[in-house]
Design a protein around this ligand. Structure first.
Ligand code: KE4
Length: 431
């Protein structure tokens, strides 16, 4: 049992000054219960908390740490920048060109790209751009998908909104909500129905091509291609939100894995290498509408700052140099197989969804293909499972509706330890 004395003390103090004691709701352990663990240090695949407990980290700061935290090449590059360049100038810098050119080389849909500071900024900007480019107001998203906390997206949203049972947030105006339509993931007919009912009014369809905020839900074969065809036919901007799956499921993201090219792509997490970075980009004729070249305004004080770009650029260079994807796939298969062996031994039929090194164990025996099947999961059992894993030194996302991420730094020995812990935690979660 991990002693969480200091974490508990800090959490009580935090609640005096920070809403819910956290700077992002999903960290608050609301759906799993108990006290959030205050981490003091991250290194590779490991985290150490303020009470000195160490954990194998399968959250990876919610996705960025595909290479583990504090990668030596990234920390060395950051040290160089701190000592020899600076943190921010608010002027153009050469690194902005380097990362833009590299992203356009790596990601099939990118002809131009704009750097921002978070995934939310990327998705907000991409939707505004699609509206400006098409002159249309409405967007279609998918129930359970999460695209950050921009007003247009907090309607039937996933991630923390779903975890807290607040998929529709107060504070979002009726006008905004009216312009956001929700379709069913993996159901092209639900999309066609909305498009038909709103002919000529849909600016964009935004989708996580691998849904990672309702747990992990892969797109069914043909679904993304059907979306592509529909958007081309209707003059709708297709936006792939690859903030989470970008550079995770393949170097070129889900669009390169599945061979479907969107009009715009939003990015984040991994391209920040652990620092705040987001980006949006796509077809030149659309991106040329972005100010100051075009008339769709978008801006950011710290967009493209040298410190964050240093971490992002070094991360991308390592991914290109070392191509970790085959090894990540091998490791992910070991974990998935170990978990399914455990489930069989215990006579449990829980569902595992996985794409590359992002996966989710759902506490339901219903195949999870969309929001309504995802929420059949037993979140109470998941909560017990989560705490048993935590007590065994395995740090998972404190929510059934999040992803588990393997990093390049997880060793086979780490995976074996995790598989053993999984067996014990499944027993603890009750049949
Ligand atoms: P940020 O604004 O949190 O950097 O990115 C928003 C976002 C956009 N699109 C996708 C597909 C995302 O997954 C996210 C953020 N992901 C969540 C984790 N599921 C962030 C964790 C949190 O909210 O603390």
């Amino acid at each position: 049992m991990s002693q969480l004395t200091k974490s508990a003390e800090l959490f009580e103090k935090a609640k005096k000054f920070i809403p819910g004691g956290v700077n992002s709701p999903v960290r608050a352990f609301k759906s799993v219960g108990g006290t959030p663990v205050y981490m003091a240090k991250g290194s590779g695949a490991y985290l150490t908390d303020v009470d000195g407990n160490t954990y194998l980290d399968y959250v990876g700061s919610w996705g960025p740490f595909i290479l583990g935290s504090m990668h030596p090449r990234i920390t060395a590059a950051l040290e160089y920048t701190l000592k020899n360049i600076g943190t921010s100038f608010g002027t153009p810098i050469e690194m902005e060109i380097e990362i833009a050119e590299l992203l356009c080389k790596i990601v099939p849909s990118l002809e131009m790209v704009r750097m921002v500071n978070s995934g939310t900024e990327a998705t907000m900007s991409a939707v505004r751009l699609a509206r400006g480019y098409t002159g249309r107001d409405k967007i279609i998203k998918f129930e359970g998908c999460y695209h950050g906390h921009g007003d247009s997206f907090l309607i039937k949203a996933g991630s923390g909104a779903l975890t807290l049972g607040a998929p529709d947030s107060p504070g979002v105006t009726k006008g905004t909500a009216m312009d956001t339509l929700n379709a069913t993931y993996n159901d092209i007919d639900s999309v066609k129905l909305l498009v038909g009912e709103n002919k000529g009014q849909i600016a964009a369809i935004i989708i996580e091509p691998v849904a990672g905020n309702t747990g992990v839900i892969p797109a069914k074969p043909g679904f993304l291609a059907a979306l592509r065809e529909l958007c081309t036919q209707e003059g709708i901007v297709l936006i792939f939100d690859e903030v989470m799956c970008g550079f995770r499921v393949a170097l070129g993201g889900a669009q390169s894995l599945y061979g479907v090219t969107p009009d715009l792509t939003t990015m984040g997490k991994i391209i920040g290498g652990g620092l705040p970075v987001g980006a949006f980009g796509g077809k030149r004729e659309i991106m040329e509408r972005v100010a100051p070249l075009g008339d769709v305004y978008q801006a950011g004080t710290l967009s493209g700052n040298p410190l964050a770009l240093t971490a992002g650029l070094e991360t991308l260079k390592i991914l290109i140099d070392e191509n970790p994807y085959p090894e990540l796939e091998r490791k992910a298969v070991i974990l998935e197989t170990g978990f399914s062996d455990n489930l069989k031994k215990l006579g449990l039929n829980y569902v595992q969804n996985r794409v590359g090194s992002m996966s989710c164990l759902f506490f339901t025996d219903t195949p999870v293909v969309d929001y309504s099947t995802a929420i059949t999961a037993d979140t109470k059992k998941h909560g017990k499972y989560f705490h048993s894993m935590l007590d065994q030194g395995i740090y998972l996302a404190p929510s059934q509706f999040e992803a588990m991420f393997i990093s390049f730094m997880h060793t086979d020995e780490d995976l074996e330890k995790t598989i053993k812990a999984n067996y014990n935690a499944l027993v603890a979660s009750g049949k």
